[in-house]
Structure formats: C-alpha cells, structure tokens
Design a protein around this ligand. Structure first.
Ligand code: IMP
Length: 211
C-alpha cells in the first residue's frame, strides 16, 4: 500500500500523505479493542458515508474524573503511535442514587463487581435513574483532539435481561425503549438511543462538513 522508500522518510511521510490516502470526511480509524463498540460505530458512521476501520493498538488510558480528559489523552497517544486520523471513545455509566458511581471507573467496576454487583447495590432501591455518557475524541497528525459528547437517560433494571451487546447492556433500559434493556436490542435498535451513537452522529456531522 505504501510506496517503497517510506521508511527513509519517517513520520513526515505519513503526515504529508495521510490526508491524501485517507480523505477527511470519508474514512476514519477507530482505535479500540472492543469489537462491539466498533460494530456500533461503523453502522452509525456509514449513515454519513464515512468508512470506519478498526485499529487495535493499545492507547494510553489515564485515570481521571473527567471522561473528556481521558478521551483526549488517549487520542493524542494513539496519533503519536500511528500518525493517522483517528477517533477514540470513552464512556461510563452514571447511577443517580449512587452519586454517579461508577462513572469514569465503569470499566474497572464492570470487571470487578460486574452487573450482579451493581444489582446488589441497587437492591430495594426504587429510584433507578441512570445515564450513559460517551465522549468521542477525534485527532489527526495535523490537529489537536476535538471532542463530541452523547448521553442517554434510562433506568437500571431489576434483573439482567438479554444476551446481545456488552458491559452493562443487560441492566440498562434506555428512556423510550419500551422497557427493553440494551442487551435485548439489535445494534440498529441500540443505535437509535445510545450515548455512543449520539456522540458519533455529532462527530460525523462535523467531520463530513469541515474542509
Ligand atoms: P470504556 O472505558 O469506554 O471502554 O467503558 C467503560 C465501561 O463502561 C465498559 O467496560 C463497559 O462495561 C461500560 N460501557 C461503556 N459503554 C457501554 C455500552 O454501550 N453498553 C454497556 N456498557 C458500556
């Protein structure tokens, strides 16, 4: 794919040619190791005729109380590693009665106490409001990171339901989703409501309209 002699020219070669090979608004690399996230994203971006490629490189994930700071740090680190126009995404589940726990620590909490642990914390709790928040950060060799946000309100279910999706999908019922959890929805249905789809649509509108 790359002309011979690229090696001698080093990073500068990528910087000069990445724009031409991967035209802005037409193709973007999604840096993630989560294939579910990728499948959701590629369908949303296809609505805008943007092709999405999965780039499974390990980008730095800092600990911070703020999703945007985490996403920006990952985006900068990913571009340093690959010199391509990329997006990264960071998301979290915020449960009202638990003072927004697990929020930016969602990944760790899901790996440790999991959905059952969350349901135990919510036993006998009537007020089950929660929301997902997603931050998509775009960055390229020519530009600093730019962030796009998406949120979806909903409720924590009383039990795990459904086998689709990933993470907290079996215990989250989005508002307007007729009581179904995300794990009971196809990707197309989830994309009608999800935090990630909303952030990605904001990104896609900007990406396909800016020169
Ligand atoms: P990440 O750091 O963006 O990968 O997200 C943190 C954690 O939040 C993930 O490990 C999932 O457990 C959870 N999460 C993020 N987005 C979703 C989603 O769309 N559905 C269910 N769980 C999610």
């Amino acid at each position: 794919m790359f002309p011979r002699g690229r090696e001698q020219k080093g990073d500068e070669w990528y910087k000069l040619t990445s724009k031409r090979l991967f035209p802005r608004g037409r193709v973007v690399f999604f840096v993630t190791s989560n294939v579910h996230k990728f499948n959701e994203a590629r369908r949303v971006l296809a609505e805008y005729k943007v092709a999405t490629a999965l780039l499974n490189i390990k980008a730095l994930e800092i600990q911070d109380n703020n999703l945007e700071s985490i996403a920006k740090a990952s985006a900068i680190n990913a571009v340093e590693k690959c010199s391509l126009p990329i997006i990264v995404e960071d998301a979290g589940l915020f449960i009202e009665v638990l003072s927004s726990f697990p929020g930016p620590y969602s990944s760790y909490v899901h790996q440790t106490i999991g959905n059952r642990g969350i349901l135990r914390l919510m036993e006998k709790v009537e007020k089950r409001d929660a929301y997902f928040h997603s931050v998509v950060a775009f960055c390229s060799p020519e530009e600093p990171p730019k962030c796009f946000h998406g949120k979806v309100k909903g409720k924590i279910s009383h039990e795990e339901r459904g086998s689709l999706g990933f993470g907290f999908d079996p215990i989250f019922e989005p508002l307007g989703g007729r009581g179904k959890t995300f794990a009971e929805m196809t990707i197309t249905q989830k994309n009608r409501y999800s935090h990630r789809a909303r952030a990605l649509r904001r990104f896609a509108r900007w990406y396909t309209s800016s020169p």
